[in-house]
Design a protein around this ligand. Structure first.
Ligand code: ADP
Ligand code: MG
Length: 682
């Protein structure tokens, strides 16, 4: 019976609700009976919410009491009837507007007082279109009345009645989905009670009680949905493999490095090693700011598996990055007798065939590559660890496809997008999170300046000239153009030509997404060797590029970038022993852009920037939230309710541990399945 609540809204059996009304409900996004029961009020009509007309603002949802001073029917340009009533409450005037309802002129009585509820818009006057209204009889009822989102075909009273009748008829089918012990431990009210309290509260406190319970419920469904898959994986794979913990290669490699690992790196290595050595499947995000030393950590883990006769993979988002990884490892690995090869889409013919067969035979220990690695014909002898670099360029599906090639599917994801830990835990729900929150010593700080005027821009160019004369190098990033790679290439080319004129004494290179991989590699390798002093580029240089001698990063039209993007780009400099500089060129009146630029000037701390970024964004825009299902949370604000998010995550983990990854309660299981069904479509 409970499951029937997830049936199509057409199966609703409420007196007076016909096809037309069903259509209106669907327009409101109500597709199942459950949707209707969970169609909670957008606000409530109550005494404390009454606004004086003089105090209302545009785009505000208000309750107003006013006396009607005029009502008239007008014709719009499209020959529709528009009824306009003007009211006053003594502090100002407000217009109320309805369309195609001429009979209202008769029913709205001039001189009488009414209560009006709706969304205020600014026209000639403040006005509310199609407000809900009722006669005011001199006193407001004590009752708190729910106010629902509605549309033209469904009056406020209409939807109120439908919901009331629906809940009356179906509430007994609603079953508790939070296990009793959790309800008790966290002092949450029962589900039916919560639904009733949110729709028909007697006191305001009841709305909060209800919403609080629903917040836990929606997070629990989400977290359990994500985590149960994860736990299943663990239980299925536990102790399927055993690693020899001698780690001679790892030690040898460590000794060959000219430096000590930072404490943060050591901590993360311990975390991963603990998983590996206990036979647990590794499924972990390594988060660390650009240059924090994630790559070394990953190489150490790859070596650990290789010396246990497994193969490993590093998958990079672009060919340039794959090549860089490859080149940076090859010598060290050769010294250890570890064979590394690169595999990308541009390797063809005999060479490709040979690589494929060597990967399959297990002659190759570590394969560095791009998306090409996901192809079906890439088979391994004994794949043990997959490393995905900069995960935001890969989908969940792609990760899975790669995992399925493995004997054991250990996965490490490297990300340089700093996200506050609490949020990371939820966004990457199925991954454990390790954070490298410390930079290797000896990093030189980057000075950042926001350039607004042409005069300052000239000065910046002169500054760049001086740096280049000192032997340093620099990047200039062309305007961000998202419409097409081609347009981005054109704008970069224009900038390049400008710079050729401006800096005739230096060698300048151009890098954009429309160039062939071979050309790109050539340019990068020239830049690395300091045969080019200045590199004009689109955001193709955003990730991973490492040229310690580069000390200048100039970003044109910096106002077009988000904070994360700016931070990534800036991370290309400050990688060597010289002081580095970042110029953000932007003319903008937009307050959010201005705030972003100021944040960039004030700090280079990626985590601080991430938190500021959150504050400047709406939750739905936060990277990754859409796929994770976090964006359609209705009772939880992921930016501010961090505590609840964390609490529910802990509850979920405890629950799954106790139940060996299985969801025991039928109701809860049904809700999880339904939730993820919706997510997959949406
Ligand atoms: P990330 O991948 O996090 O951007 P990398 O692993 O590429 O960072 O490291 C950036 C640079 O810092 C590399 O040149 C690397 O050799 C160096 N590095 C990494 N760890 C340390 C350390 N503990 N001490 C000094 N230098 C380090
Ligand atoms: Mg890196």
């Amino acid at each position: 019976m409970y499951k029937d609540l997830y049936n199509k809204i057409e199966t609703l059996e409420i007196k007076g609700v016909g096809e037309k009304t069903i259509g209106s409900l669907k327009n409101l996004g109500i597709n199942t009976i459950m949707d209707l029961i969970f169609f909670f009020p957008r606000t409530y009509e109550d005494r404390s919410n009454i606004k004086k007309i003089s105090e209302i603002k545009s785009e505000e949802y208000v309750v107003v009491i006013g006396r009607i001073i005029s009502v008239e029917n007008r014709k719009t340009k499209t020959r529709k009837t528009m009824t306009v009533a003007r009211i006053t409450d003594g502090t100002g005037f407000l217009d109320l507007v309805w369309f195609q309802m001429p009979y209202l002129k008769k029913s709205l009585k001039i001189g009488e007082e009414y209560i009006f509820i709706g969304n205020v818009k600014r026209g000639y006057n403040f006005q509310i279109a199609s407000p809900e209204y009722r006669k005011y009889n001199g006193k407001l009822s004590e009752e708190i009345k729910p106010v629902y989102s509605s549309n033209r075909n469904l009056s406020q009273n209409g939807i109120r009645k439908i919901i009331k009748d629906t809940i009356k008829k179906y509430i007994s089918f609603i079953e508790e989905n939070i296990p009793q012990e959790i309800l008790k431990e966290y002092k949450l009210i029962e589900r039916r009670e919560a639904i009733l309290k949110i729709h028909f509260p007697k006191k305001f406190k009841e709305i909060e009680e209800g919403k609080n319970r629903m917040a836990v419920e929606e997070l629990l469904i989400l977290e359990l949905g994500i985590l149960s898959k994860r736990f299943q994986l663990d239980f299925d794979n536990r102790s399927k493999y055993k690693l020899n913990d001698d780690r001679h290669m790892v030690k040898k490699y460590l000794n060959s490095l000219g430096f000590e690992l930072t404490n943060a790196q050591k901590k993360v290595i311990t975390e991963i090693h603990k998983d590996l050595s206990s036979g647990k499947i590794v499924n972990r995000l390594i988060q660390g700011d650009v240059g924090s030393g994630k790559t070394i950590v990953v190489i150490l883990m790859l070596l650990y598996l290789v010396e246990n006769s497994y193969q490993g993979v590093i998958m990079a988002p672009t060919e340039i990055l794959a090549v860089q990884h490859y080149l940076s490892m090859i010598d060290d690995m050769a010294k250890l007798g570890v064979r590394v090869e690169i595999f990308t889409g541009s390797i063809k013919g005999k060479k490709r065939e040979k690589l494929l067969s060597e990967i399959k035979e297990g002659v190759i220990d570590i394969v560095v590559g791009t998306h090409a690695l996901i192809e079906d014909n890439v088979k391994f002898r004994k794949l043990g660890l997959i490393v995905v670099d900069e995960q935001h360029k890969f989908g969940v599906e792609q990760r899975k496809k790669l995992r399925d090639k493995g004997e054991i599917s250990n996965l490490l994801v490297m990300s340089a997008t700093p996200i506050p830990r609490s949020l990371a835990l939820s966004i990457y729900g199925d991954l454990d999170v390790s954070i490298i929150d410390e930079m290797p010593p000896g990093r030189t700080p980057i000075k950042t300046k926001w350039i607004e005027s042409d005069n300052d821009l000239e000065k910046a160019y002169e500054f760049i000239r001086k740096q280049l004369l000192k032997g340093r190098q620099g990047y200039i990033v062309a305007p961000l153009i998202e419409e097409s790679e081609k347009m981005a290439a054109t704008s970069a080319t224009e900038l390049y030509e400008d710079m050729l004129n401006r800096f005739p004494e230096f060698e300048i290179g151009l890098l954009h997404g429309k160039m062939k991989n071979k050309e790109k590699e050539e340019i990068m390798s020239k830049f690395k060797k300091n045969k080019l002093q200045l590199l004009i580029a689109t955001t193709v240089i955003e990730v991973g590029v490492n040229v310690p001698n580069a000390t200048i990063m100039m970003i044109t039209n910096a106002n077009r970038f988000g904070l994360a993007g700016l931070h990534q780009l800036r991370g290309r400099v400050g990688r060597g022993k010289y002081k580095s500089y970042c110029f953000l060129v932007a003319k903008t009146d937009n307050d959010i852009s201005k705030s972003r630029l100021k944040v960039m000037e004030s700090t280079t701390d990626g985590f601080l920037i991430a938190e500021e970024d959150l504050k400047l964004r709406k939750p739905g825009e936060i990277f990754g939230t859409r796929q994770s299902g976090l964006s359609d949370l209705r009772f939880v604000d992921i930016v501010h309710d961090v505590k609840t998010i964390k609490l529910v995550r802990d509850i979920s983990i405890k629950y799954l541990k106790k139940n060996k990854g299985e969801i025991q309660e039928d109701t809860l299981r049904i809700d999880i399945v339904e939730k993820f069904k919706v997510n997959e479509i949406g």
